[in-house]
Design a protein around this ligand. Structure first.
Ligand code: TYM
Length: 330
């Protein structure tokens, strides 16, 4: 049995990228591992959300976790800030994290470009907090999408550095994990590389989208006039549609449109219509469950309370051992 940790930021509703990049693996992993899944609310503070929005977002993401099938009987489900021990570990790890390596992180460079007026210290040390989340439970596996690969590399670096510095074999080396062969990158609908909540309107399909909103977005997805040569290479935006279809549609449907592409008879309007229908079949039962769960305030509160207790037991143990190793015992 392995120890597994992963989290999703509470910056908005979950989208299909979160589902197929991370959640799908959470669901399988909870069956046979010691799993800690949390809502990364501290991480979401880098963009200064309004206090009332923060509460709403955390509850929404928790309801979405449950609606997808995470089971508090099988895994520990908690809110990051409910376990403030992580903040102490973050502080301690920060002493061994260097400005140069933090500035080189791709995610930092990207965020600094996108929000030049808010390049705060929390953003710079974001990977250290993420390492603290993982090392807090001494996890060995971390189910994440492809975009988090570098953060995992940094987590290993910080853990190994700690082990070397204090001549211990304390933190295991956590690996990014996916049940498939590779980490997943779910593309967006705007022809660009990645589905993401901050990538602009119309790029992401959310689990909480109404059927109409979903259909509208998919029908507006970027495509082109179609191939003029048989068996040609698919342009990026078109490949993205096929990648999305591969996630939600049957093999036969995918094959049908692939053949149509290859013999130049494809009509992207038809393909998008089919894609939207198949997404709706996938998303709408989840959306109904989210709506139901959100009505049950006491369920959400109970799940958070239980998760906090379980996560805190593991966190306290680690932090007290780390203090001991570092010589914080007077
Ligand atoms: P976040 O909130 O951006 O995304 C949550 C998870 O969803 C995955 N994901 C995707 N996977 C494939 N294709 C996409 N288009 C896509 N978009 C998002 C992400 O890879 C991630 O697994 N820093 C993390 C949250 C975090 C965390 C942690 C994760 C904080 N501490 C500790 C693991 C362990 C983040 O911002 O994810």
């Amino acid at each position: 049995m392995e120890t597994v940790v992963s989290g999703i930021r509470s910056t908005g509703n979950l989208h299909l990228g979160n589902y197929f990049g991370a959640m799908k693996n959470f669901l399988r992993m909870q069956e046979e591992n010691q799993c800690y899944f949390f809502i990364a609310d501290y991480h979401s503070l880098t963009t200064h959300p309004k206090p009332q929005d923060l509460r709403q977002n955390v509850r929404q993401v928790l309801a979405e976790y449950l609606a997808c099938g995470l089971d508090p009987e099988k895994c520990t489900l908690y809110v990051q800030s409910d376990v403030p021990e992580v903040a102490e570990l973050y502080l301690l790890l920060n002493m061994h994290a260097y400005k140069g390596e933090l500035e080189r992180a791709t995610t930092f460079k990207e965020k600094a470009r996108k929000q030049p007026d808010n390049i705060n210290a929390g953003l710079l040390t974001y990977p250290v907090l993420m390492a603290a989340d993982i090392l807090l439970h001494r996890a060995s596996k971390v189910p994440v999408g492809k975009d988090q690969e570098q953060h995992l590399e940094m987590t290993r670096q910080f853990g190994n550095r700690f082990n070397r510095m204090y001549e211990v074999d304390y933190f295991p080396e956590p690996q990014a994990f996916n049940f498939g062969v590779q980490l997943v990158k779910v593309p967006g609908l705007d022809g660009s590389g990645k589905m993401g909540k901050s990538e602009g309107e119309g790029n992401a399909v959310f689990l909480f989208d109404t059927d109409e909103a979903l259909k509208k977005k998919v029908m507006r997805a970027v495509s082109d006039a179609g191939p003029s040569e048989p068996n040609s290479q698919k342009p990026e935006a078109i490949q993205n549609l096929f990648t999305l279809m591969d996630l939600v549609s049957t093999k036969e449907t995918l094959q049908f449109f692939d053949d149509a592409f290859n013999n130049c008879t494809i009509r992207y309007g038809d393909m998008k219509k089919q894609l939207a229908e198949d997404m709706i079949v996938f998303v709408s039962p989840i959306r109904s469950r989210i709506t139901e769960i959100l009505k049950d305030e006491s369920l959400l509160t109970d799940v958070m309370k239980r998760g906090k207790e379980k996560a805190q037991a593991s966190a306290r143990k680690t932090v007290s051992e780390v203090r001991e190793i570092m010589g914080i015992r007077y």
